[in-house]
Design a protein around this ligand. Structure first.
Ligand code: ADP
Length: 156
């Protein structure tokens, strides 16, 4: 029984996140999504909203948990043997390699597994989705339909 932990902000969940989650689900028996909560940061969606949006756009039930503090601690609490991360480009790689190295040093029992972004979702970032939406742009091609609807209500 191999469980993985997929941490991120998911503010909001995008087609890119779903792509990585589906790739991870094909490899691991179970994937727990960890929504990182940063007390100093004002998110577009709070934890409950983010968790509900993720659950609503998936065809199978996936456990979603909140965490603050270290990702390796949250992954250990979740009983995970691996951390899932997505790679879009070289800058993701540089940053992710540093995190993977330091996480491995702190918790050698948990490995980081990278999945490559699929070409259609590769340019998507949640940060740009929020910026585009706040400027009145249409984000329907970057996020699941329920998320696009939730964003429309939020910025209306
Ligand atoms: P973002 O970087 O979009 O703000 P997160 O901080 O929630 O999103 O990222 C969580 C994880 O999902 C990271 O490993 C990130 O590289 C990955 N990810 C985010 N967007 C994509 C995408 N479009 N394709 C592949 N992986 C992605």
């Amino acid at each position: 029984m191999k469980r993985a932990f997929y941490p991120g902000s998911f503010d909001p969940v995008t087609n890119g996140h779903i792509d990585i989650l589906n790739q991870a689900r094909a490899v691991f028996d179970e994937v727990v999504v960890g929504i990182g909560i940063h007390p100093g940061k004002q998110p577009m969606f709070d934890f409950d909203e983010r968790a509900a949006l993720i659950s609503a756009c998936l065809d199978v039930p996936v456990q979603v948990v909140a965490f603050d503090g270290l990702v390796v601690d949250a992954a250990t609490r979740a009983g995970a043997v691996a951390l899932v991360r997505g790679l879009r480009d070289g800058s993701d790689l540089d940053y992710e390699m540093q995190m993977a190295g330091m996480n491995a040093a702190m918790r050698p029992g948990i490995v980081t597994v990278f999945f490559p972004a699929s070409p259609p979702t590769r340019p998507i970032t949640a940060t740009l989705v929020r910026q585009i939406a706040r400027m009145g742009g249409d984000v329907a091609s970057f996020v699941p339909a329920n998320v696009a609807q939730a964003i429309r209500s939020k910025v209306a």
